[in-house]
Design a protein around this ligand. Structure first.
Ligand code: PHE
Length: 613
């Protein structure tokens, strides 16, 4: 039942496409933030251990499963898993996760990718020239609909999102060697070139850019924080979870996309070395280039303290244009275009990889033409991604990322490891990895794949289901177990929401403690309520949170009022964030159901075909 045989054009093309699959926004936006939030140098040790004990074994498992599947005419995980398990239905449905995760991540990933297109263009026309840091940040807020999300649609963001999905669809319709491989061959070298240019700047900046009065403005302070080893974090499960999560995301393992790419590798072509070339290239780009841009630059201009407080992936859009502007018109324009161009190439070579399992699946099973499959992938991504565009600030984006970009990966990786090491069998598996290998692999990895990797994955999985409040396991075991808001159970209980817990309500309650320090207008239709905290030593007011409301909404507090968590701030008709969160979960559940249904349909078609032979 295979469609016309597709293959990679060349070995270089394959490695670059695979590296392009892995090297993505995760390397430049997610890694620095994870590192900063998890103790800098303290993060790197668990990160490297996870790379060796989870990342590398999973790369081999996925490349080997993929090439094995391709040999039998399967290019997506459901039927690859069925074949590997000797015809098990249950394993086939585990494979549905490989369609769900990739397409699910593609929806919100393409949205960020669309920002990079928009910002490359804006940097080229000097849009950010002369703006203050607050103005650049405010611009981003407006772009994603922060202030108008109440009623309005972020039109520009929607436009670029549409362009981005269309571009992906077009490239996908050109096929493996004619589309994806070509983009990787152009995009990857450019990305590395742009990255090195920016990294040199990050490395040489030092404290030369410190504005008067900023004593901790030093790029080296940022690098020191990132790289100075620190052993205390080894005892913190939260850091291990974050490190493993980053390894998954950055290597694109536990998703189903590597298997699809590898299923187009010739039966006897090497995978042992190729997988390492792509994997290590990803690590070089992440740990070396990824570390040398955002963090040192931001530390050089704004200080380590500022970076520690403001680290978040939006920093790339809210802060970087302001920093480039300080390089002067010409260098600054290069800086901006290179930075957002780099992000764009990183993003697109990954989003193409995300859509490949679905496209290959529908082409294999339903005999769709590549064009039809690509258009259908584009349409699905676009439609399911729309809630992210419209309700970004209500938290839909994070919800998508949590389920499709984190939990689904852990689950999938754990199961595929068990399938490979125990059901398919480690001896067969090891032979499969070594078939056609251009390097001799150390036998050391055989028991690792069979025992260590699944055990670590199981620990992570259990951790993510039951994680107690504030990751404090000792306290939880001794006392009553309360789930952390980020554990699966805590998420399902909506523990992250202390207030405004109804879907619809007539009041909006504050979620911070402080004093109403200021009320003022935002544009023509909105106003803000600023809640601040007073520092009793200095008498200074420090802003804690700013709420924005439409003028139609009646204010219930006045300046200088005290605010507690749960204090009613305004009266009106509200749809609370929790509604969007629950709705997006339901949507994702349907999305999963949709792929399961496709697999079911395909199984029936296969049965019919086999019995007609
Ligand atoms: N690895 C990519 C990144 O670091 C993300 C990705 C996930 C790519 C899944 C393909 C499939 O950004």
């Amino acid at each position: 039942m295979t469609a016309k045989k597709q293959e990679w054009g060349s070995r270089v093309g394959l490695v670059l496409a695979m590296a392009g699959n892995s090297v993505g926004l995760g390397n430049f936006l997610r890694f620095p933030v994870q590192a900063i939030q998890n103790g800098g140098g303290g993060f790197l040790i668990p990160y490297l251990i996870c790379f060796l004990l989870i990342g590398i074994p999973l790369l081999w498992v996925e490349w080997a499963s993929g090439r094995f599947g391709g040999r039998h005419g399967y290019h997506a995980t459901p039927f690859i898993f069925e074949k590997m398990s000797g015809g098990s239905k249950a394993w086939k449905y585990v494979g549905v996760l490989g369609l769900f995760s990739t397409m699910g991540v593609a929806t919100y990933y393409c949205y960020i990718e669309s920002w990079t297109i928009s910002y490359t263009f804006k940097s080229a026309i000097h849009l950010f020239t002369g703006m203050s840091q607050a103005e650049v940040a405010g611009y981003f807020g407006k772009y994603i609909g922060m202030e108008t999300s109440f009623l309005g649609i972020p039109c520009e963001a929607l436009f670029f999102y549409t362009v981005c999905v269309l571009l992906n669809t077009f490239i996908l319709s050109r096929g493996l060697s004619g589309g994806i491989e070509k983009v990787a061959k152009i995009g990857m070298p450019l990305l590395i070139g742009f990255g090195i240019f920016l990294a040199i700047r990050g490395l040489t900046l030092g404290s030369s850019a410190a504005p008067a009065g900023c004593i901790d403005c030093d790029a080296f302070a940022g690098l020191d924080f990132l790289f100075r080893p620190q052993f205390t974090s080894l005892y913190d499960p939260k850091v291990w979870l974050a490190a493993a999560g980053q390894i998954f995301f950055t290597l694109s393992v536990g998703m189903g996309s590597i298997q699809s790419y590898a299923s187009f590798v010739k039966s006897n072509e090497d995978i042992a070395l190729n997988s390492m070339s792509a994997g290590w290239m990803n690590e070089f780009v992440e740990v070396v280039i990824g570390s040398l841009i955002v963090i040192p630059l931001a530390c050089g201009y704004l200080g380590l303290d500022w970076v520690l407080k403001n680290a978040g992936f939006a920093m790339a859009f809210q802060t970087m244009p302001f920093l480039f502007d300080k390089w002067g018109l010409i260098m600054g324009t290069f800086g901006g275009v290179f930075w957002f161009g780099l992000l764009f190439f990183a993003g697109i070579t990954s989003s193409l990889a995300m859509c490949t399992p679905y496209i290959s699946f529908t082409m294999d099973e339903f005999k769709w033409s590549r064009n039809k499959a690509s258009v259908s992938a584009g349409a699905l991504v676009f439609l399911v991604g729309l809630p992210c565009v419209f309700f970004f600030t209500q938290g839909v984006f994070d919800e998508y990322d949590y389920w499709t970009g984190t939990i689904s990966l852990f689950t999938f990786a754990l199961l595929e490891c068990i399938l490979f090491g125990w059901v398919f069998g480690i001896d067969r598996g090891w032979d499969e990895i070594n078939q056609g290998a251009d390097i001799k692999l150390s036998k050391f990895f055989k028991p690792i794949i069979k025992y260590v990797t699944p055990a670590m994955l199981l620990a992570i999985f259990i951790g993510s289901v039951f994680n107690p409040k504030d990751n404090d396991w000792v306290k939880a075991i001794k006392g009553t177990w309360e789930f952390d808001k980020n554990s699966i159970i805590g998420k399902l209980q909506n523990k992250g929401f202390e207030v405004n817990r109804a879907w619809f309500s007539e009041y909006q309650e504050a979620d911070v403690v402080g004093i109403v320090s200021k009320i003022g207008p935002v544009g023509e239709d909105y106003y803000y309520v600023q809640v601040s905290k007073i520092n009793y030593d200095t008498g200074e007011m420090k802003p804690v949170k700013r709420y924005t409301y439409h003028y139609k909404v009646k204010l219930k507090v006045a300046e200088n009022d005290n605010v507690q968590v749960g204090t009613r701030l305004v009266h009106g008709n509200f749809v609370n964030d929790i509604f969007y969160i629950d709705a997006s979960r339901l949507l994702l559940l349907c999305f999963f159901g949709f792929f399961a249904y496709l697999v079911y349909k395909a199984s029936i078609a296969r049965k019919r075909f086999n019995s007609s032979l």
